[in-house]
Design a protein around this ligand. Structure first.
Ligand code: PGA
Length: 236
């Protein structure tokens, strides 16, 4: 399983340090061999040996240059970050990233050998329009994206489930993941209101290879509980 904690614009550097201490110790004491990836804010990046992966929530697809307010490859290299989230719905909908910009980002970081967690997912009004509209919408999020990229992890995150406490039914997750499975051999994550209570049953679904967790990952103990649930799944 793959378990990702997306902090978004939460936690200070100090808070992230305390959090990482808890998660790293949990992973080591319990000899966890699932993949754990934490996405802190840029300000909390540190160059330290770790037993979990650290990724960034975004970056600008250039080596460096005149891009005010952005972080580029050169700054990530300083921290040896090689993992990035691309296409998250908050960047698509709040920051206004277009599919073209997202695809350019994907190409750049793929060329640099990054592990890419690529997010797709539909707003509620699209789902309400039925299966054809849903698939057209999701298909459009694959324009310019290389589904055969070796270091790809694909995350299905319905926009209406993110930060809302709403989750799709198991059938809705299984159906979408079956479609995504026809597009790629990459691991498939589910994201959107995953918490301790539902993480185990979601991870047990067909074609679900892990979870991308926002709000509920902000508690180190909750995130560790989800890591434990993933480890238990292997033993059933
Ligand atoms: P959530 O966010 O767990 O708070 O719904 C998930 C995400 O945005 O990746």
């Amino acid at each position: 399983m793959i378990l990702c904690a997306n902090f978004k614009a939460n936690k200070t550097r100090q808070e992230t340090r305390a959090y990482m201490a808890v998660v790293e110790s949990f992973v080591s004491v319990n000899e966890i061999d699932d993949t754990v990836i934490v996405f802190p804010p840029f300000t909390a990046l540190e160059h330290l040996p770790r037993n979990v992966l650290i990724g960034v929530q975004n970056a600008y697809p250039v080596e460096n240059g005149a891009y005010t307010g952005e972080i580029a490859l050169e700054q990530l290299e300083e921290f040896e970050v090689k993992t990035i989230l691309i296409g998250h719905s908050e960047r698509r909908h709040i920051l206004g990233e277009t599919q073209e910009q997202i695809a350019a980002k994907f190409r750049f970081f793929a060329e640099k050998g990054f592990a890419i967690i690529y997010c797709v997912g539909e707003p509620i009004e699209i789902r309400q329009q039925g299966a054809d509209a849903l698939m057209r919408y999701v298909d459009a999020q694959f324009v310019g994206i290389d589904c055969n990229y070796t270091d790809l992890i694909l995350a299905y995150e319905p926009v209406w489930a993110i930060g809302t406490g709403l989750t799709p039914t198991s059938d809705q997750i299984v159906d979408m993941h079956a479609v995504l499975r026809t597009k790629t051999h990459a691991p498939l994550l589910y994201g959107g209101s995953v918490k301790v209570d539902n993480a185990g049953s979601i991870m047990a679904l067909e074609n679900v290879d892990g979870v991308l967790v926002g709000s509920a990952s902000l508690s180190a103990n909750d995130f560790c509980e989800m890591i434990a649930l993933a480890a238990q799944l292997k033993n059933v």
